[in-house]
Write a protein that binds this ligand. Structure first.
Ligand SMILES: [Zn+2]
Length: 837
């Protein structure tokens, strides 16, 4: 075998890279059972595109996407304006950007099932928004509109479908804003004067029409009023797939596991309705007036005829018999203008279909799952052909190094061929991490400098292997990302994308360190070797006033993956102070690194890795606490217990055993805190609630954090009745008014002032109380701009010798984020009645 760099194939830019190769980004090559293969051949002669637009992952109508992609066989894309960063997490504790990262991958998994493609804008899901105006202001409307226009110009949809109306009927400011953006972009994308900087890469595009995928309250099936709509039969059954589109929709939607959206595979007729918004009005069908045949392209009819022949003559027992006519079609496509949108798209699809008809399987796997820039790497390229059709494996090319290895072998039927090779990773290779998280971002927008990345759901893999095959007399290049493959004893065959990572990673165990006194605290740093061997020292950097001991800790690693945990003492200043602490690694060769390691893994999505800056917020609080022992009942999942420990409390997470014990066992706790949504997620809370009230009667404090008013497991949460609303105060700076300034909860042991409501993140609170019994007192009031005040954010009732508190204020966000005022107020909530200042 010989390595050489071919002059003919030097890549000049990213654009050419995408158009020259057929790439697969999935975890492994997609298999093609004959039903799907026949459908893929049928799709080759449909030249149409539809773009579906909404605001979040899980907004999309997966039945509509499946129907468009697999029944109508048009290129179907879902543009989600955000990645759903602001959503709640039902499967773990990740929030904000990490929630967005998980939901991005859930959408990609959903699309692998329903057959659509996935795109995003740069907008950040900053949390619930009540109005279109607020959403567009925080997002930077011009930039998000530019992204929607970019996607329309790139995907050239004939029809744009919005999930929501542009009015408040959409229910969430992001939802209505997504419709407003789509409607404006429908016109702007066709206007060369709008966003002219994009015209270097894409051309203006006028979609034929824009429609709204209307819904009635409760998502019922009845047709909308008037006659301004067309019906779409989403319940249609596809015998080639053995499923209806509503069945596929249930499987696809069930990928939104972090949102708890496991869904049924519905069977039977189901019509949905598309209401006309703008453009040329459809009267019978959503593609009215659009020619989706090869006649759409000048001189394209001949391709259509050949592909029709391939479809009609397809033999499920012998797919390779279709290859000669498919090759003929390929050669006919090659005679058409190469820059034409559908020529590029269909050439890519046809290449994949020909390879599938030949029974070709090809993959490239590295010997390890990660490597560092400049390090050696071993890769094995593997090919097997499962048919008698003659195929020659000519060469394999490793990208981005552009190193070719000549093979020149005819492949025998069902005889695998493995070609191992070694090379060195380029020194300037970037670390593998989500491109939109590589830099700090504003509240509303992610920072992306490269315009060609905009819209992409995830990074383009850094290491790609391109296989050159000669099938018949035609040469094809098929590229796959380099993976690491292993066999898990429980899960079976597993893949993960090869990662490029730092030589040494330093990860802080705590992201926030709160100091209730001047006493020093220990912070631990996990050092992990990313390379073969390394040595140097680890340090913590802090601003003046804070001190660290020791000043550095040396390390020597002799094996990859080796880890060492090191400990530093952090001493805060005497006065209240907030600072950022950073872990750095000084390598013996002089290089200074500062990257942590965070791996997210859930079974339903591929591994996700982040090399975020290893920084922690350190806060010297002006805080007093009372008592020592706190019990916590976990709800849907939150990081509040860790924050309470930071305040100096001993926190016991109550198990089912503890909760079944006699109430007298609980009197050792000064307070019992209920995790978020515990009355939604823990069925047995209906048995524990009366016991908790008995505990209060005996002198305890119960602090209940927010619960959703839908799906409560008990009628009553407190000692006296109150109702939970769906009211939120979403503006984090919204003024908070003190209704009972003298109440102990606002004074003991910490005097709460307006300053304590500074620096809050995402929102003030949600699911505030409404209509409470007269035994409750409401202590705080808050209102979003232009809205009526909400008084149910913090209600309290003394009961027996103790106290019960319900709070919708979002402590579960503020405490882990290190917001000082939230700590001071929470310390008061935990203080029993009768304690003097
Ligand atoms: Zn939504």
């Amino acid at each position: 075998m010989k390595f050489f760099t071919s002059r003919l194939c030097v890549f000049t830019c990213v654009v050419i890279f995408f158009f020259s190769y057929v790439c697969t980004f999935a975890q492994s090559l997609k298999p093609y059972p004959v039903g799907e293969l026949k459908l893929a051949i049928k799709k080759l002669h449909v030249l149409g595109s539809v773009l579906y637009v909404a605001a979040h992952p899980d907004d999309e109508n997966t039945a509509m996407l499946a129907y468009l992609a697999k029944e109508r066989l048009v290129r179907t894309s879902y543009l989600s304006v955000t990645r759903g960063d602001g959503g709640q997490n039902l499967i773990g504790t990740e929030q904000a950007e990490l929630m967005g990262l998980i939901r991005t991958q859930e959408l990609l998994q959903a699309r692998r099932i329903d057959g659509a493609e996935q795109y995003f804008t740069r907008a950040n899901d900053f949390g619930f928004s009540k109005s279109t105006e607020e959403a567009l202001k925080i997002w930077d409307k011009d930039k998000v509109l530019s992204d929607v226009v970019w996607m329309i110009r790139s995907l050239k949809p004939d029809v744009i479908i919005t999930r929501f109306p542009p009015t408040s009927a959409a229910g969430h400011g992001h939802h209505s804003a997504s419709a407003v953006l789509a409607e404006e972009a429908f016109t702007a994308a066709a206007d060369p004067k709008r966003y002219p900087e994009q015209l270097k890469y894409v051309q203006p595009w006028q979609a034929r029409r824009i429609v709204w995928n209307s819904f009635n309250p409760g998502f019922t099936n009845a047709p909308p009023a008037g006659s301004n709509y067309i019906a779409v039969p989403l319940g249609t059954y596809n015998p080639l797939l053995g499923k209806s589109y509503t069945e596929i929709a249930g499987e696809s939607r069930s990928m939104h596991k972090s949102q708890g959206f496991g869904s049924a595979r519905n069977r039977g007729q189901r019509d949905e309705y598309l209401q006309h918004t703008a453009g040329d009005k459809a009267t019978k069908d959503l593609m009215d007036g659009v020619d989706v045949s090869w006649n759409r392209i000048k001189n394209g009819a001949v391709v259509g005829t050949l592909l029709e022949k391939a479809y009609q003559e397809f033999s499920p027992e012998n797919p390779s018999a279709s290859i000669p006519v498919l090759l003929e079609a390929y050669q006919a496509i090659e005679k058409l203008p190469a820059q034409e949108y559908y020529v590029q798209l269909k050439k890519k699809e046809l290449t994949e279909v020909i390879a599938a008809c030949a029974g070709l399987w090809y993959e490239a796997n590295a010997g390890t799952y990660a490597g560092t820039p400049g390090a050696p790497i071993k890769i094995t390229a593997s090919v097997v052909k499962r048919s008698d059709f003659p195929v020659k494996w000519e060469s394999v090319r490793q990208l981005p190094m552009a190193k070719d290895s000549l093979i020149g072998k005819a492949l025998a039927n069902n005889v695998p061929l493995n070609v191992p090779y070694s090379l060195v990773l380029p020194k300037d290779l970037a670390y593998t991490q989500p491109y939109w998280l590589a830099e700090a971002h504003s509240k509303g927008m992610y920072t992306v400098h490269n315009p060609l990345l905009i819209g992409k759901p995830e990074n383009t893999p850094q290491l790609m292997t391109s296989f050159r095959f000669q099938i018949g007399s035609t040469t094809f290049d098929l590229a796959v990302p380099v993976h690491y493959k292993w066999i898990d004893p429980i899960e079976g065959e597993q893949y993960r994308m090869f990662e490029v990572r730092p030589v040494v990673m330093a990860t802080l165990d705590e992201k926030v360190l709160m100091f209730a006194s001047s006493e020093a605290k220990t912070i631990s740093v996990v050092l992990k070797n990313g390379s073969m061997a390394s040595k140097g020292e680890a340090k913590l950097e802090v601003p003046a006033g804070w001190s660290i001991s020791p000043s550095s800790i040396p390390f020597v690693f002799t094996q990859p993956e080796e880890e060492k945990k090191v400990f530093f003492q952090v001493t805060p200043p005497a006065k209240p102070s907030e600072a950022t602490l950073r872990a750095v690694v000084q390598l013996a060769d002089g290089r200074k690194l500062s990257q942590g390691l965070l791996t997210i893994h859930y079974n339903h999505i591929p591994y996700q890795t982040l090399f975020a800056e290893p920084i922690a917020q350190v806060v010297r609080l002006d805080i007093k606490t009372h008592g020592k022992n706190i019990a916590y009942v976990m709800g849907a999942g939150d990081d509040v217990p860790a924050a309470l420990r930071q305040m100096g409390y001993q926190v016991t997470i109550l198990t089912e055993n503890d909760l079944n014990a006699n109430v007298s066992e609980w009197q050792k706790y000064e307070a019992v805190v209920l995790g978020v949504r515990v009355f939604n997620t823990e069925e047995r809370m209906r048995f524990y609630q009366p016991k908790l009230m008995q505990y209060v009667e005996n002198g305890g404090v119960v602090v209940a954090q927010y619960n959703n008013n839908r799906g409560l497991v008990t009628e009553q949460i407190g000692p006296y009745p109150f109702e939970i609303s769906r009211d939120r105060v979403t503006v984090e700076e919204a003024p908070v008014t003190f209704l009972k300034e003298q109440h102990p909860l606002l004074n003991t042991p910490n005097k709460i002032t307006a300053k304590d409501f500074e620096g809050w993140i995402q929102e003030r609170g949600l699911y505030f109380a409404q209509k409470w019994d007269s035994h409750y007192e409401s202590l705080l009031s808050a209102a979003d701009p232009g809205e009526s005040r909400q008084d149910g954010g913090l209600i309290v009732a003394n009961y027996g010798k103790g106290r019960f508190i319900y709070t919708g204020f979002a402590f579960f966000r503020q405490l882990p984020a290190g917001v000082p005022g939230s700590y001071r107020l929470f310390a008061n909530l935990l203080t029993p009645p009768g304690v003097k200042q």
